[in-house]
Write a protein that binds this ligand. Structure first.
Ligand code: SF4
Length: 130
């Protein structure tokens, strides 16, 4: 039997345990985040991943713009919170900007609720600025 896995099979694997205290209201989001299939739909998938993991404190504007328009942005940001990712830009947010979200999630506030409110506030800010 071949040891190579097809992309579809690989995407079904369990990614890992969520950080302590992580909860979801939305069971479907939780299920999706236990796998990696959603990542294949990310706008960044065909780009150099190093752009998302720069040492610079201010990320590349192109990277942030791509995240803002990404079809899996909610899942991406939720994943970074649920797995307490320390590095890289996820969902258009840098590690310092995600710290508070991760802290809040570890207090038992559902990850999907945090993502919704963060993106709502961002949308309001953008609407007010324009
Ligand atoms: S939100 Fe950004 S980092 Fe996340 S999958 Fe989309 S483009 Fe990639």
């Amino acid at each position: 039997m071949s040891r190579r896995r097809k992309v579809g099979e690989a995407s079904q694997r369990i990614y890992g345990d969520f950080a302590d205290g992580i909860r979801f209201r939305n069971a479907e989001m939780r299920r999706q985040l236990l796998g990696i299939r959603w990542r294949l739909d990310g706008s960044c998938v065909k780009h150099d991943v190093a752009l998302w993991f720069t040492e610079r404190t201010k990320p590349n504007g192109r990277v942030l713009a791509m995240c803002r328009e990404c079809p899996v942005r909610r899942l991406c940001l939720a994943s970074s919170i649920a797995y307490a990712e320390e590095f890289g830009v996820w969902g258009g947010y840098t590690p310092p900007k995600r710290e508070g979200m991760i802290h809040t999630a570890r207090q038992g506030i559902p990850v999907d609720l945090i993502v919704e409110s963060v993106l709502d506030v961002e949308a309001e800010r953008r609407a007010t600025a324009s």
